[in-house]
Design a protein around this ligand. Sequence first.
Ligand SMILES: Cc1cc2nc3c(=O)[nH]c(=O)nc-3n(C[C@H](O)[C@H](O)[C@H](O)COP(=O)(O)OP(=O)(O)OC[C@H]3O[C@@H](n4cnc5c(N)ncnc54)[C@H](O)[C@@H]3O)c2cc1C
Length: 380
Amino acid sequence: MEFELPEEHRILRQTVRDFCEREVRPHAREWDREERFPHEIVPKLAELGLLGIKIPVAYGGSAMDMLSYAIVVEECARVDGSLALTVASHNGLGTGHVLAFGTEAQKQRYLSRAVTGEWLAAWALTEPGSGSDSAGMQTTAVRDGDDWVLNGTKMFITQGSVGGFTVVLARTNKAVKPQRGITAFIVEQTTPGYRASKKLEKYGCRSSDTVELTLENVRVKDEARLGEVDQGFYDTMSILDGGRVSIAAMALGLGRGALGMAVRYAKERSQFGRPIADFQAIQWMLADAQTRLDAAELLIHRAATLADQGKPFSQEASMAKLFASEVATAVCSDALQIHGGYGYTREFDVERHLRDAKLCEIGEGTSEVQRLVIAKHLLA
Ligand SMILES: Cc1cc2nc3c(=O)[nH]c(=O)nc-3n(C[C@H](O)[C@H](O)[C@H](O)COP(=O)(O)OP(=O)(O)OC[C@H]3O[C@@H](n4cnc5c(N)ncnc54)[C@H](O)[C@@H]3O)c2cc1C
């Protein structure tokens, strides 16, 4: 039994569910197998308003709340983790950063193109040598007259090669503590010197675009600076709070999708002359999965609701992400177990869900980092 939602959210859930069943489910396995970003789905996502979930109507967006964002990502993930990752990162990170800290001119230029899908957004924080310790970045942006010149390498960047623009975090001041000397810039992906130097082959979320980026003397005007000079790291932390709610929602959707498959399979598959759903061992796995997913949903909805009320939600976002992602991996693994040997083949989607779910324990801060954040709040 799903958590009872206000009517507008129930309608949204049903609309996105119908869309994903119709437009995504028939292709998701093939996209994953081919490790191909499905460009053809982008205009359809835009038509449904899913590329401008929180963007105001003035820029062509859907002006929805954080709870809606979580529901959309959950419903995409029920069918396809890669698509959920695309929708989550585009809305939460790339466009989210412009929406929260951009100038009016930046919003006009980037958000209006983001909502139509003309320009998908990417967001580049991680580097080969700095992941959890993201402030340890080496990419630099140096002032040169009216311009800034960026140099460095970014790692694991979603939409880094299929997007229109990338929000890049770079060090602008080496004389201060790392957190105090980082600035964000909007770099259009056609800018000379911006290059997707490597497409990464992945365990899961294989039809989401993930690349290593090389920035070689990338020159941008000061108008491309996003937020205040040297304040980028602090802005980034607040962007990640929202992002973590969406990754939690992605985990929830993957878990719910896998559980649905397991319930169906348990009723259809017979051994020892009875459906395997008759065996208590199977029933317990199903019961635990449902209970844990419902608990994850409550944590996610609490974090999203706090955000929508304008209250602090950093700790709650980390708790939701930590719990939902670890639950999703466990639920998907049990769902595969219920499918026996067939679950281990690519003939069933359950193995794809398990592979996709593992990302949720890593992206936008690993489970270990979420525990650090939660403990920091507790001990403050
Ligand atoms: C598919 C995918 C998409 C991604 N998309 C993006 C994107 O769009 N933009 C972007 O900027 N980044 C992106 N990332 C990067 C992601 O956020 C990082 O992978 C993540 O933050 C972890 O960093 P790392 O991989 O360098 O691991 P590391 O930081 O090297 O961690 C390695 C291990 O050490 C542990 N560890 C590290 N520090 C501590 C500590 N203090 N205490 C305890 N344990 C610790 C970690 O938890 C982990 O288990 C993506 C990653 C993936 C896989």
